[in-house]
Write a protein that binds this ligand. Structure first.
Ligand code: ADP
Ligand code: MG
Ligand code: ZN
Length: 612
């Protein structure tokens, strides 16, 4: 049934996929239960399943299409490798990088599981042997890169042949976010993978990713033509990672990193531990690496450090990555070109020298620390200038590359969220990070493992009643009807005088500027609180423009909202009580202390008029 959405250019869609995460059905006994258990220990040498692994396998073995969301290091590979081992036929796995595939094949062969690949360059003999082993069903796992699907008629012939003989057990799409242009690593060839469901509707698909956003995960299911699949989503909290934001002052930041390396990140052997420093540009990479490599370590040796970016040739990059993987160099200074395919277990720190463009990116990049489960650090250097710099880069980039309005809006919202994370003074960093991805997570579970929880221990807070502001915000969402994206809502609420906002001021919108006394950060926190309390809800929808893309907007849960309006639900936000402030009115609403150079509103000149 259609909702009246004409003015938003959008149509409703089933945002209700089947969340199977807590379904007790998959925890039960199945005919293959004991076989799974047997091969878990005998083939893989693993004693017990991690949370959700067994459930995912059972759902897939029952013939369902499944979509697995699990953070990096969570153990996604086993979810398809173990079912492949107990199956009669062949499991076909798509993975984006030859290096990832080689690692996987080596791992399986090490466990005596017949596996091979059709990817990258290979000789005739390898090809012939792989094809014949696959055809005979001797092969359990066949890895392919997505290009091969299009370029190899013989491969399609093989798939058809296997399917006809009931020997095609399942398709696996690893790193499935590559199929979404909203993801952080879109690969054109992944689009071809829709042919799995279109051409082989009866063969189950398992798609896996460490991407946490609702929009991307929705898009993946649409693109792979499995909108009704079962979804398994585990917590994205990584308890062994410590989160910290440090003030970035251009004059002292290198010294600051130096002392971190020399102290916190120096092991007992006097050697600096393994880590990554992410920079914004190629030039910044080279600068930072150059400055740091002049340093000497405690034992008098030079710190071995190298940079890595897309401007280097393939060989140079490969060599750097290999040296780092083998601990011949300790620190790699990189752009985000250094990313997928890194599965070094003992990365002890990921430092962001510059602000990432989104929390999605930050979760991915910082998540490369501590895969082995040991305590590791995620440190972000921040100043307001950096966020201005990125805004500028995004704007010029958008002009040069003809980026759509919608994508620009998306970029802006993403950066806003990243900035709020960096500027936060009160709320737990984990709460901010995980709530952003729609996961309910509370501060008590952090146990002082982020800088704010740690530093704010023993400090006093007061809860400030924000119920009136909350009501206004809800009214703005109602007034905007289906136009309420995050950033647009905040603009209207705070009374932006930008043209696209003013357009709606005269007619329906009486609450323009109702929240003009709040800083942007406060408004974002209030919005976050209302989402957490389910007063507002986020809904993804399919836009009927030429891109058929996915939008994300806010809706009022009228039932929950009525409890705010009738006084049953009070909305409060925590504020740090400063020693010198008088009453509850003078409080830490503006970023303070360490962040004194930040002017939260300087970028929005149009706000000045609104406030005057
Ligand atoms: P992901 O693909 O989710 O990032 P991997 O599949 O590479 O993670 O697994 C990460 C590590 O966890 C691997 O070393 C793997 O052997 C290990 N692992 C997976 N499942 C288990 C388990 N049930 N018990 C112990 N170790 C496991
Ligand atoms: Mg993986
Ligand atoms: Zn915390």
């Amino acid at each position: 049934d259609q909702m009246p959405l004409a003015d938003a250019g959008a149509a409703p869609m089933d945002c209700m996929h089947e969340d199977a995460t807590k379904d007790p059905r998959w925890r039960g006994e199945f005919p293959w239960s004991s076989l799974l258990k047997l091969h878990l220990s005998q083939t893989f040498g693993i004693r017990s399943f991690r949370p959700m692994q067994r459930e995912i396998m059972c759902a897939s073995l029952s013939g369902h299409d499944v979509f697995v969301l699990m953070p990096t290091g969570g153990g996604k590979s086993l979810c398809y490798q173990l079912p492949a081992v107990i199956g009669e036929g062949v499991t076909v796995v798509v993975s984006p990088l030859v290096s990832l595939i080689q690692d996987q094949v080596a791992h399986l062969e090490g466990n005596r599981v017949p596996a091979s690949h059709l990817s990258g360059p290979y000789d005739q003999e390898h090809y012939r042997q792989t094809m014949s082993m696959a055809r005979s069903g001797e092969l359990k796992v066949l890895f392919i890169t997505p290009e091969k699907i299009a370029s190899s008629g013989a491969l399609l012939g093989l798939l058809n042949d296997l399917r006809d003989r009931n020997m095609l057990d399942r398709f696996v799409v690893d790193e499935a976010h590559c199929v979404s242009s909203w993801g952080h690593d879109f690969r054109k060839d992944y689009i071809r993978l829709r042919c799995f469901k279109e051409m082989y509707p009866t063969v189950p698909i398992m798609a896996l990713t460490a991407t946490a956003t609702a929009r991307v995960s929705h898009d993946i299911r649409q693109q792979l033509r499995i909108p009704k699949c079962l979804v398994f989503k585990s917590s994205f909290n990584r308890p062994n990672l410590r989160y910290e934001v440090r003030k970035k002052s251009p004059k002292t930041v290198i010294d600051d990193i130096t002392s971190l390396l020399g102290e916190r990140f120096t092991g007992n052997d006097g050697r600096i531990q393994s880590g990554i420093i992410y920079c914004l540009s190629k030039k910044e990479c080279e600068d930072v690496a150059g400055k740091l490599s002049r340093l000497k370590q405690r034992n008098g040796r030079k710190l071995s450090i190298r940079h890595y970016h897309a401007g280097q040739n393939h060989q140079e990059r490969e060599e750097t990555q290999l040296m780092w993987s083998n601990n011949e160099i300790q620190v790699i200074v990189a752009t985000i070109a250094f990313g997928m395919g890194i599965d070094k277990p003992d990365v002890r720190f990921v430092i962001h020298y510059s602000l990432p463009k989104s929390l999605e990116g930050y979760l991915q990049e910082s998540g490369r620390a501590g895969r082995d489960g040991r305590k590791s650090w995620c440190i972000l250097y921040y100043n307001y200038g950096d966020s201005r710099r990125i805004t500028f880069l995004l704007e010029t980039g958008a002009k040069e590359n003809n980026v759509t309005k919608e994508q620009q809006e998306h970029n802006r919202t993403a950066l806003d969220a990243m900035r709020c994370y960096a500027e936060e003074q009160v709320q737990c960093r984990r709460v901010l990070l995980l709530n952003y991805f729609g996961e309910k997570f509370t501060k008590d579970k952090c146990r002082g493992t982020c800088d704010l929880c740690e530093n704010n221990q023993g400090k006093s807070f007061h809860e400030k009643d924000m119920t009136e502001q909350a009501k206004s915000l809800v009214m703005v969402v109602n007034a905007l009807r289906l136009r309420a994206t995050r950033s647009y809502l905040i603009d209207v609420f705070r009374g932006s005088m930008a043209k696209k906002v003013l357009k709606y001021r005269d007619d329906k919108l009486q609450h323009h500027g109702a929240g003009k006394d709040l800083t942007k950060t406060e408004a974002e926190r209030l919005l976050g609180k209302l989402l957490e309390q389910n007063v507002l809800e986020e809904q993804t929808y399919r836009q009927q423009n030429e891109f058929q893309s996915i939008g994300c907007r806010l809706l009022v849960n009228q039932c929950r909202a009525s409890t705010v309006f009738n006084g049953m639900l009070k909305i409060t936000l925590p504020y740090l009580s400063t020693a010198f402030s008088g009453g509850a009115g003078a409080d830490a609403s503006e970023p303070e202390g360490d962040f004194d150079e930040i002017e939260p509103d300087a970028e929005d000149e149009h706000f000045q008029t609104a406030r005057a």
